[in-house]
Design a protein around this ligand. Structure first.
Ligand code: PEP
Ligand code: MN
Length: 272
C-alpha cells in the first residue's frame, strides 16, 4: 500500500510532490565571494535552496576539508541576503550545535551524507533537533537499510527528505571508463516515495562528470523525483572539491529550462 507523502517546509519553501524543488550550489564553500557569486546565480535562475559544505568528508585527509565555522557564516549570510534556505552537511554530533548556532534562526536543512548513512548516533541526534534532514543513501546501502536510517531520524521528530545519489556497482568508479562514479538507483526514488518519503535526486555524485549531469538530472525529474540537488561552480576546473562533476552557470541555466519543460509535460503545470 502507498503511504501518503507529506510536504516538508523549510522556511518559506515547501518541498512536495507537486513541484520540482531545486537545491544548487558548490560542493564546498571556498570563500565568501565564491558562495555569494554562485548562490546569486542559482537563485536568480530559480533554485529554491542553496547548498554548500563547510565540513567536507574527504577520502584523502590532505585534501581540502572545508572552511568549517567560517564557511557556515558565509553560506548563512548568503542565505539571509538572498532570502533562501540553506542545505549544509553535518558530519559529527558536535557540528549539530555549531550549525544551529550559526544559522541564528535562518531556515536550513541538515544534510547527512552517504558516509554517515549508517552512523546511528548521528542520525538519532539530528533527528532530535526538529530541523529537516536531507538523508543521502550510503554508497552500499539497500533501500531497506535506508528506510531504517530514516526511522532513526524521524523517531526523534525531525522530518526526513530522502536523496538518491547513486550506489557502487560493477560498472561504477571511474566515470571516464565505466558508467558513472556511482550507478544511479532510480527505482529507489519510487520505492522511497511508496514508503511516504519526499525524495530528491542528486545527479552530480552519481555522474561524477559535468558533461553527464544535466541529462542525468532530467532522468530523475522524469521518473518523478520531487527535486534535484546539483553541484554548480562559476569556475568548475578551479573547484576545491568535486571539480569534475561541477556544472557551470550555462549548464545550470540549461538544466533549469529543460527541467521545467519536463515538469510541465509530466505534471501539467509549469511548477511555478
Ligand atoms: C556532497 O553533497 O558534497 C557529498 C559529499 O555527497 P555524498 O555524501 O552523496 O557523497
Ligand atoms: Mn560533493
Amino acid at each position: 500500500m502507498r503511504n501518503e507523502i507529506r510536504p516538508i517546509s523549510i522556511g518559506n519553501v515547501t518541498i512536495s510532490p507537486d513541484h520540482i524543488a531545486v537545491i544548487a550550489g558548490p560542493c564546498a564553500i571556498e570563500s565568501r565571494d565564491q558562495i555569494f557569486r554562485i548562490s546569486k546565480h542559482v537563485t536568480r535562475g530559480g533554485a529554491d535552496l542553496i547548498r554548500g559544505g563547510a565540513y567536507k568528508p574527504r577520502t584523502n585527509p590532505d585534501a581540502f576539508q572545508g572552511l568549517g565555522e567560517e564557511g557556515l557564516r558565509h553560506i548563512f549570510d548568503a542565505g539571509r541576503e538572498l532570502d533562501v534556505p540553506v542545505v549544509t552537511e553535518v558530519m559529527s554530533e558536535h557540528q549539530i550545535r555549531q550549525i544551529i548556532d550559526t544559522a541564528e534562526g535562518h531556515p536550513f536543512m541538515f544534510q547527512v551524507g552517504s558516509r554517515n548513512a549508517q552512523n546511528y548516533s548521528l542520525l538519532r541526534s539530528v533527528g532530535q533537533t526538529g530541523v529537516p534532514v536531507l538523508l543521502k543513501n550510503g554508497k552500499g546501502s539497500t533501500v531497506s537499510e535506508m528506510l531504517g536510517a530514516a526511522r532513526y531520524v524521524t523517531s526523534g521528530g525531525s522530518p526526513v527528505i530522502m536523496c538518491e545519489r547513486g550506489i557502487v556497482t560493477f560498472d561504477s568508479g571511474d566515470p571516464a571508463k565505466g558508467a558513472g562514479r556511482f550507478t544511479p538507483n532510480l527505482l529507489a526514488i519510487l520505492r522511497f516515495q511508496e514508503e511516504g518519503f519526499i525524495t530528491l535526486f542528486d545527479p552530480s555524485h552519481s555522474a561524477g562528470r559535468s558533461d553527464h549531469v544535466v541529462q542525468l538530472a532530467l532522468s530523475g525529474v522524469a521518473i518523478g523525483a520531487s527535486g534535484i540537488i546539483v553541484e554548480v561552480h562559476d569556475r568548475p576546473c578551479e573547484a576545491l572539491c568535486d571539480a569534475n562533476q561541477a556544472i557551470d552557470f550555462a549548464q545550470f541555466d540549461k538544466l533549469m529550462h529543460q527541467a521545467r519543460a519536463i515538469e510541465k509535460t509530466i505534471r501539467g503545470s509549469a511548477g511555478e
